[in-house]
Design a protein around this ligand. Structure first.
Ligand code: ASP
Length: 461
């Protein structure tokens, strides 16, 4: 290990560490003119800059400290991280249901990369059992790494590949599917899978984690247990997202794939059902449905996989004073579909009208959704709405903008006939359009319940 004592450090950073005999993995207190930092010195990548020392703080965050600002390093111990999780064969019990975990990447499949101090995708079946052995109490788990990407890099190729993998697994008789996915775009993938995978006989549960599993506050293990339990035992045969319900680790929520959205950049309870209520609550003990109108598990294999997707579709998030060139550039670049996230009930300003008219004349499908997220597009209320309908803009009911985008890509992938596209768009397939919002749906589980109140009171002065 001698060579790795200062792994990756060069230049000024290396000489500072040597000065204080502070080896990589030392548990230290670093004093600088700006204050004190307590944590563990992480190794660096060979390509990292020579001026900074990287410290993993107790909070789990990594900071780079400029070597020249360091006045003192006090060494309190050494704490070498072992990133190799022991690989163990997953036990097989013929009495337990068979579940397949398909990995696409994201934080849930990540550990800290000691070379860079960054979170990188890594996924092997044995590691999973090694780190969450409770999974073996629930089912026989088989895993397959489809992709290893952070979810901003998911796209049609991966959506289609995932839908096809689901089809293959159902064909082979699997009893439940879990899809590990980065949280950032999990709701996009949940939406497109809700259209590409029809009539699934088994639960298909998407899961991620907001904090990587090397951090004490990680939600990875619990989310995995909840999602695997849902896939193995629940009778909900839908595409769902399974993530923390409240801010603490009490239960998970199962959200319908077309009504869910990532709503907080860092909370573990980031996923919320929008314009509706979640399907169920899940704990390590039980699954409690909150509604009854979900599709039930069946024993056939009659899933329908339809992976059509037209990539020339865009979402335009309207803002006041938007100029028509935004719409014009989509027209000039041969886009076939535009989903607008309009203000209020579904509005844009008058200067865009001529461009919207041009879009219609060029046969581009233009759908309106609302950037309020909650509520319906209503284009009969104000003149703006009526004018826009005359220009060919079609109200998209209460489809979420990202869901509208996915559905329009899917519809245009199947046909260029705009009447047929409209029929596909406006016929609810997987709860993406509902007749009404439930009266108790608005921001449910986001306040007014004991654990949330307790959490808020900790910070209230
Ligand atoms: N950037 C990550 C991703 O979406 C975040 C996560 O997994 O939570 O892939």
């Amino acid at each position: 290990m001698a060579d790795d004592s200062y792994k990756g450090y060069r230049g000024e950073a290396l000489s500072t560490l040597k000065n204080f005999d502070a080896l990589v993995w030392s548990d230290v207190e670093i004093k600088t003119a700006n204050g004190k930092y307590i944590g563990i010195i992480l190794p660096r990548s060979e390509t990292a800059d020579p001026n900074h020392i990287v410290l993993k703080l107790r909070s789990g965050y990594n900071v780079g400290i400029a070597a020249r600002k360091i006045e003192d390093i006090q060494i309190n111990g050494r704490n070498e991280a072992h990133y190799k999780i022991p690989e163990k064969a997953f036990p097989y019990d013929p009495k337990k249901p068979n579940v397949k975990l398909l990995g696409t990447g994201g934080t849930i499949a990540s550990r800290l990369d000691y070379r860079t101090g960054a979170v990188i995708p890594a996924f092997t079946p044995g590691e999973l059992y090694g780190s969450v052995p409770e999974l073996a109490d629930i089912c026989n788990l088989d895993t397959e790494k489809l992709y290893g990407v952070f979810s901003e890099n998911m796209g049609p190729e991966q959506w289609i590949g995932t839908a096809q993998a689901i089809g293959r697994e159902i064909e082979k008789g699997i009893q439940g599917i879990v899809i590990g996915h980065g949280t950032d775009t999990m709701h996009h993938t949940a939406a497109i899978l809700s259209f590409m995978v029809q009539n699934s006989p088994v639960p298909i549960v998407m899961v991620g984690s907001q904090r990587s599993s090397d951090r004490p506050s990680s939600d990875a293990a619990l989310n995995l247990q909840h999602s695997v339990k849902t896939a193995a035992e629940s009778d909900i045969a839908e595409i769902m997202v399974c993530m923390f319900g409240p801010t603490s680790d009490i239960y998970g929520l199962l959200h319908r794939g077309t009504r869910v959205r990532k709503m907080h950049s860092s909370y573990r309870s980031t996923f919320r059902t929008i314009g509706d209520i979640p399907i169920a609550m899940v704990s390590t003990e039980k699954i409690i449905p909150i509604r009854q109108d979900y599709k039930r598990r069946r024993s056939d294999k009659n899933v329908v996989i339809n992976t059509a997707f037209e990539e020339q579709v865009s979402i335009v998030y309207y803002y006041p004073n938007m100029k028509p060139d935004i719409i014009d550039s989509l027209i000039d670049n041969n886009y076939k579909g535009i989903v607008i996230a309009g203000t209020g009930l579904g509005h844009v300003n008058k200067p865009l009208y001529p461009s919207l008219k041009r879009a219609k004349e060029k046969g581009i499908a233009v759908y309106m959704t609302v950037q309020t997220l909650w509520g319906y597009v209503q284009m009969y209320v104000y003149d703006t709405g009526r004018d826009m309908m005359e220009l060919g803009v079609i109200p998209g009911a209460n489809m979420l903008p990202e869901v509208g985008y996915m559905k329009l890509g899917w519809a245009l992938g199947q046909t260029n006939d705009l009447e047929k596209v409209r029929e596909i768009m406006m016929t609810p397939i997987a709860g993406e359009i509902t007749e009404r919002e439930t009266s108790n749906g608005y921001l449910i589980f986001q306040g007014g319940i004991p654990e949330v109140e307790e959490f808020i009171s900790k910070y209230r002065k």
